[in-house]
Design a protein around this ligand. Sequence first.
Ligand code: CA
Ligand code: CA
Length: 572
Amino acid sequence: MMRPTVVAILMSVIFPMLALAQTTDELKNDERTPDDVLTYGMGYGQQRFSPLTRINRNNVKRLVPAWSYSMSDNRGQEAQPLLKDGILYLTDHEKTVALDALSGKAIWKSMIEYPPDTTRVVCCGIVNRGGALFDGKLYRTILDAHVIALDIKTGKEVWRTKSADPKDGYSMTVAPLVASGVVIAGVAGAEFGHRGYLEGLDPQTGKQLWRTYTIPAPGEPGAETWPGDAGSHGGGSTWITGSYDPDLDLVFWGTGNPAPWNPVNRKGDNLYTNSILAFQPKTGKVVWHYQMTPNDPFDYDGVNELVQAELTIDGTLRKVVMQANRNGFLYVLERATGKLLAANKFVKVNWAERIDLATGRPVWTEVTKAALEGKSVQVWPHLTGGKNWHPMSYSPISKLIYLNTTSFGWDYQPLPSEEVANLKPGQPHYGIKRPFVYIFDDPDGRGHLRALDPVTGRSKWAVPFKSPNFSGTLVTAGGLVFTGRLTGEFMAVDADTGKTLWEFQTSAGIVGQPITWERDGKQYVTITNGATGPYVMRSGDPNLANVPAGGSVWTFKLFEEYSGPQRATSGN
Ligand code: CA
Ligand code: CA
């Protein structure tokens, strides 16, 4: 029998190691443990719903900043913060930081270097969307298509894996997903003619366990949907983190647009672009797929987040996965099979009449038929989408989705075939004259914050904004929806009515992802600010002319009497 002192010494060594190590069970339970935020989406199902009620409709007006920490960078801050054992972890394109969650004081900061010319293959903002925590490490991607693991205690790099080469059009901004003990990451680059894929890595070593391309090789099923070798540089990015159902052991991950945008030289469905893939995390084997936008001419990336819920549809309780697609339709599918259960418009759409539930295919309007013949058309929604990448939330209490939508169209003018025929990977793959042109029909409502019924697509309420919001939403059992604006306001609205209950002017535009958490019996809300993206850079929105750059992370709590450090007075 070991002497007590030996046991004590061993426990003092082992216990902190156990405290650091995230287990598969902790990740599975994340949505039910409000004292930490271990996953992208605040739970494997990505509902971004919190059961916390300490901050609620009645007292949210007392919300004040607890602290703010400067990210010392003018790029956009899009990452979702993670929280474990009272320490907040945050990434941007050039660094990872660990902060004391109560005080905002830095614990460590780990800088990242990548070749400056990497930014040539980034279309839409030099950003990172967050990390993944597992087994004492933080996993994240780097813009130059590497995945790294950092020791969460020290910030020191444990391993580094090169996934692809930016000169071939690849970059990485995605927050990885750890599922079934595998680190899963995806790529950006359909705007530069890459061939998209998903990849599984060993969490201990970074060794590649599997790679699944989103576009089949010649001879594989689906290859017949591409003419010639068009698929070899056909896009299909995977730049938004998938969700995971541990009971089915399936990951759901959206794929991006075909390349180039102009479809003149890629007639066919272009599988598996603009699709949802359901795959096994241990092998990368695809179990089912569903394609939202076959032969897409409009850059309607199908990457948007895939939120899980249990919904009653036609009297039957279904386990579903839902996506508010850039193309303006809200899709509801059965998780186990990929069967399409509902697909309804949630914004103004003129490219398709409807989605045929029997075939799962869109019924094209004359607009899309003309575009596919190389004609110029005005199309709604804009390529930005009825909703862009910034995540929605879902409340199992109200059974509603809360999301920021956009209200603008696109003057789509395709270039002739010969001008898009010889694009090489690494070159911009648009094939469209003046690709980023925005058409507004209501300057008082360029975007809306909405509460939607996912089964019908109908809005329970919709609040217009002069500039659209590109921030994620968070919904709580306290009856609040949190989101941020491009003009810097962080706000809380009543989940039942959309009425603004509280607003705080931060120091820069917001394109981040709010989280909430509790510590020592108190509830906190955290958001990043610092805005970027095609709309910010190219829309010419007059409301954004004087919004400062400069990213920070902000944490809010309910006002209480001052209890900070007491300074000695000087005596005079
Ligand atoms: Ca948790
Ligand atoms: Ca795209």
